[in-house]
Design a protein around this ligand. Structure first.
Ligand code: MN
Length: 234
């Protein structure tokens, strides 16, 4: 098709053991999916269930972080409080609409470690005014994602440890079985609201311990069984 200017590039994630990359479509995120993080954000996880929000799926927002490399990320504008949130990212490989939790796994292509980078000061201002969160969540380079591992090669991640280190210091630590909504429940729930398509990514929430990062610091996200993700802020 003739376009009035060159189409923008899509984000594409490397896949372990494959020469072909995973083309990204949309980025869905789950909010407050670990009780410890819900509490540190000032809410009561026994009274308020997790919820969804989105980030852009384009190559400006989604940063592919190949295994074994440190990718430089720009400290974003308009904030003094950039926070890390390490998360399991689920990559969708098959259309899912109104699926039951028991059938959700069939739609999963694979998994990666991701960072839901957050301008916490802007998010807090928007929350206080009951306004949308986009300026806190959907900025350029807000979604670094590591190399994907196919579901069949990832083994069972159910109880895997998830961690985040900043300059070698442990900041976040948890286990995937601490999620309030499991991966299957997230997919089932989300698929009643949106038709999930191949290329979609789902950030599944972060354990407690979120906090600020500064220019010059190096972040390493880890989930046992997946490729670590390493970025440096500049
Ligand atoms: Mn998050």
């Amino acid at each position: 098709m003739d376009t009035v200017f060159a189409p923008h590039a899509i984000a594409a994630l490397p896949v372990t053991g494959s020469a072909a990359a995973f083309p990204v479509r949309r980025v869905y995120c789950v909010g407050r999916n670990y009780a410890g993080h819900a509490r540190e954000m000032g809410s009561d996880p026994t009274r308020e269930p997790p919820f969804f929000f989105c980030k852009p799926g384009d190559a400006d927002a989604v940063v592919a972080v190949p295994a074994g490399r440190t990718v430089e990320i720009d400290y974003p504008p308009a904030t003094r409080e950039l926070h890390h949130e390490v998360e399991l990212v689920v990559a969708i490989g098959r259309t899912a609409k109104d699926v039951a939790p028991a059938d959700a796994a069939a739609s999963i292509f694979g998994y990666a470690v991701g960072l839901d980078l957050t301008r916490r000061d802007l998010q807090a201002q928007m929350k206080a005014q009951s306004r949308p969160w986009e300026i806190g969540k959907a900025f350029d380079q807000s979604a670094p994602v590591g190399t994907l591992r196919r579901a069949a090669d990832a083994g069972t991640l159910a109880e895997a440890a998830i961690r985040l280190e900043v300059d070698g210091q442990l900041r976040q630590q948890g286990r995937l079985d601490q999620m309030i909504w499991s991966v299957d429940e997230i997919i089932a729930n989300l698929s009643t609201l949106f038709t999930l398509q191949p290329g979609d990514l789902i950030f599944t929430g972060t354990p407690e311990g979120v906090g600020p990062v500064e220019r010059g610091q190096t972040l390493v996200g880890r989930i046992d069984g997946l490729e670590p993700l390493q970025v440096r802020l500049r």
